[in-house]
Each structure stands twice: as structure tokens, then as C-alpha cells.
Design a protein around this ligand. Sequence first.
Ligand SMILES: [Zn+2]
Ligand SMILES: [Zn+2]
Length: 89
Amino acid sequence: MEKSITKTCAGCKKEFLIIPQEKAFYEQKNLPFPSSCHECRKIRRQGLRNDRKLYQRNCDQCGISLETTYAKDSPYIIYCEKCYFDSVN
Ligand SMILES: [Zn+2]
Ligand SMILES: [Zn+2]
């Protein structure tokens, strides 16, 4: 059984845990582990998203659901990150 990782939040300096499921998620996506706790990340996310409305849409290429600033009725073709990179390479 894998253990959780204890990290110190870069924002509020409190300790937080990265549970094995989260750890696996970050490793799978090749992402660095977060440097701030859930609360700080939530606050930051809300701050960033405040002035931008996000819509739930599907990638026009592979159909995966994603969040975008383009509304459903906008004429733009929406690509997920993967299809976008596939299309430019
Ligand atoms: Zn924090
Ligand atoms: Zn896609």
C-alpha cells in the first residue's frame, strides 16, 4: 500500500497530504505535484476564473468533454489539448 505524501503549502504554510490516488493522477499526467493545499488552490482557481465564463463542450475531434471559454453556439471548432497538439504537429 502506497503512503500519502506530506507537503507544506506554499501559500498558507499548512501541511497537506497528497493521497496515493492523487499521486498516481499527477504521475500519469506527467504533472508536478501541487505546491499548495486544496484550499489555496481552490481560492486561486476561483480568482482566475472570476471574469471568464467557462462552458462545458466536447472536443470536435475526439468528443472528450472539456471546459472552454467558447459558448456552445460559437462557430469555432474546439479541440482538446491532445487533438490541438496533434493538429499542429
Ligand atoms: Zn494553503
Ligand atoms: Zn480531442
